[in-house]
Design a protein around this ligand. Sequence first.
Ligand SMILES: *[C@@H]1O[C@H](CO)[C@@H](O)[C@H](O)[C@H]1NC(C)=O
Ligand SMILES: *[C@@H]1O[C@H](CO)[C@@H](O)[C@H](O)[C@H]1NC(C)=O
Ligand SMILES: *[C@@H]1O[C@H](CO)[C@@H](O)[C@H](O)[C@H]1NC(C)=O
Ligand SMILES: *[C@@H]1O[C@H](CO)[C@@H](O)[C@H](O)[C@H]1NC(C)=O
Ligand SMILES: *[C@@H]1O[C@H](CO)[C@@H](O)[C@H](O)[C@H]1NC(C)=O
Ligand SMILES: *[C@@H]1O[C@H](CO)[C@@H](O)[C@H](O)[C@H]1NC(C)=O
Ligand SMILES: *[C@@H]1O[C@H](CO)[C@@H](O)[C@H](O)[C@H]1NC(C)=O
Ligand SMILES: *[C@@H]1O[C@H](CO)[C@@H](O)[C@H](O)[C@H]1NC(C)=O
Length: 646
Amino acid sequence: MGLLRLVCAFLLAFCCCCRRATGVPGEAERPMPELVEVEVGSTALLKCGPSHSQGNLSHVDWFSVHKEKPTLIFRVRQGQGQSEPGEYQHRLSLQGRGGPLALTEVTPHDERIFLCQSKRPRSQEHRIQLRVCKAPEEPNIQVNVLGIPVNSEEPQEVATCVGRNGYPIPQVIWYKNGRPLKEEKNRVHIQSSQIVESSGLYTLQSVLKAQLVKEDKDAQFYCELNYRLPSGNHMKESREVSVPVFYSTEKVWLEVEPMGVLKEGDYVEIRCLADGNPPPHFSISKQNSSTGEMDEQIINDVGVLVLEPARKEHSGLYECQGLDLQTMVSLPSEQQELLVNYVSDVRVTPTAPETQEGGSLILTCEAESNQALEFQWLREKTGQVLGAGPTLQLHNLKREAGGGYRCVASVPSVPGLNRTQLVNVAIFGPPWMAFKERKVWVKENAAWNLSCEASGHPRPIISWNVNGTASEQEQDPQRVLSTLNVLVTPELLETGAECMASNSLGKNTTVIFLELVSLTTLTPDSNKTAGLSTSTVSPHARANSTSTEKKLPEPESKGVVIVAVTVCILVLAVLGAVLYFFYKKGKLPCGRSGKQEITLPPSRKSEFVVEVKSDKLPEEMGLLQGSNGDKRAPGDQGEKYIDLRH
Ligand SMILES: *[C@@H]1O[C@H](CO)[C@@H](O)[C@H](O)[C@H]1NC(C)=O
Ligand SMILES: *[C@@H]1O[C@H](CO)[C@@H](O)[C@H](O)[C@H]1NC(C)=O
Ligand SMILES: *[C@@H]1O[C@H](CO)[C@@H](O)[C@H](O)[C@H]1NC(C)=O
Ligand SMILES: *[C@@H]1O[C@H](CO)[C@@H](O)[C@H](O)[C@H]1NC(C)=O
Ligand SMILES: *[C@@H]1O[C@H](CO)[C@@H](O)[C@H](O)[C@H]1NC(C)=O
Ligand SMILES: *[C@@H]1O[C@H](CO)[C@@H](O)[C@H](O)[C@H]1NC(C)=O
Ligand SMILES: *[C@@H]1O[C@H](CO)[C@@H](O)[C@H](O)[C@H]1NC(C)=O
Ligand SMILES: *[C@@H]1O[C@H](CO)[C@@H](O)[C@H](O)[C@H]1NC(C)=O
């Protein structure tokens, strides 16, 4: 019985609510009730009959009709309203004297017929059908995250749509890729149900079930709620969802990244791919070149084999297997050849070539590759190309021809694929010094590094004639650099130092003169100060003892200049003040000529500055200019002065 009533209410709501009523069937003799539509929560205005007769109704009874039974709810006497006790007691009032009856806070329970009867003047009863509407909330869609297999026998749940608190029950429409879905036997089922909330509002729940195919893996589903308000038809859409669709693997294949020609050292990825969802369990195998069988290499879910770096052993036939865990069917991919191009280590013979000065040498270069190789010879220091081909002939070798030679073996068809080998050519000869003699700028009583470089074959040994800590560095097989850390004593300044290089074929020496560095080691670095400072060093500094090396009293002279300039500025300030005083007193003419006189002080100032400049040593002016370059290490500057001198 209750269900029947619910269905009836449902049908009634759909056929009639919020639409112009066509009358209650079987009551043809009665006039059609007047239809009044209101939204839940708002106020309904009920008029007893056509508006033109309103003012005359001074004596009216209002009834609410529930289950065909009228109940008196409100009375109007001499235009004054009065509520009757009951469910409407507190929500009814007259809108002004003789105005319509206002029902506030309308709820779905108020959807019924109201009836009024005017006693004075006596009139026919007037019936009003109150219709209540409310928009549902935004529809909420939940997708079936577990997914749907394509070969399911019955339609499977795709998604559930919930629209809360609407009145009457909204209509739901499901969409796939923007097109509405219709009920289809064994393919599409839409199951809708609703709950009546205590407020009388409906919460609608609709479940979409469907049989899906592989192509539906990217399909977008959403639901739409249609409802009516007094203002007209409306709808609300849910967001779009897509459901995981499961289908078996039909094809497995293999991809190699990067595509194109590969070489040793490259980063290479072999990837297994399949068209099934979920992807199958992959394994990758490689052909054993000796047995010709596919030896399984790796089993992993992702099916990616990374070769980093690729080596020539990685070349060969590869194959992927995909095991579908649903069907337990294993599918192989096509086999794919992987070729990692390579160049072997390069060998140069002889490995340690040596000859007398004026002699000849033949260098031979060898390497293997799976591709055609090209050879090239370069001079190591300069990068100069000496020739192409696997052999290099060297004739009438001078001592300068000693040093590094590099053979480059490259594969022209594979860009960037090459290997090289360096070989050192040694020419027999006595030591050869980098400098025959050398000047070093030092500070007294400081530890200083003296260096000496010699070349020769066999490689020379370096010794020093002064005490200190020596360390040797082998620059290349024929070259050695010795560094001696010494304390700069007055004696050492006088004698200087000498290094001697010797090998089985002879000896050679470098003489090192020590010169004292002057104040310039403390000045900021700039070309001007550096250039000037060298002039302050006596050319005989080394010969004279340290006492003569006491420098110009430069901080004092610097101070004098600063004082002079300060005094000048003060004098100018006083002069300016005096001139201004006279100007204010009117003792000076205020015209153009006056201005000229006032501009005089700045020009005099510049005169003073010029005088100072001409007075003082140029390097002090350099100081005054105060170039603010960064300070260098003393040793660093010492080097620089040598360069300037030469
Ligand atoms: C009251 O009704 C009379 C006829 O019965 C009509 O002439 C008159 O205009 C009405 N008054 C108002 C205020 O509507
Ligand atoms: C190839 O097969 C031979 C003989 O079965 C075996 O000794 C060798 O280890 C295999 N090589 C690889 C890379 O599996
Ligand atoms: C040798 O290979 C390097 C990279 O491996 C490349 O930069 C260089 O250009 C190649 N040289 C030649 C001569 O091919
Ligand atoms: C010592 O080396 C210099 C080059 O610094 C060179 O000119 C000179 O010939 C060499 N002396 C001997 C004996 O080899
Ligand atoms: C001298 O050389 C030694 C090592 O060779 C180094 O640690 C030191 O800093 C150098 N001293 C100067 C003043 O360059
Ligand atoms: C080097 O030091 C030793 C003692 O340490 C000394 O006997 C020798 O005279 C010194 N040689 C020179 C050249 O200063
Ligand atoms: C110093 O002078 C040299 C040439 O005399 C020049 O090459 C160099 O750039 C100058 N450096 C500075 C910092 O002015
Ligand atoms: C410094 O030596 C030079 C020549 O070596 C000499 O003419 C000069 O008088 C010496 N100066 C002092 C202060 O000894």
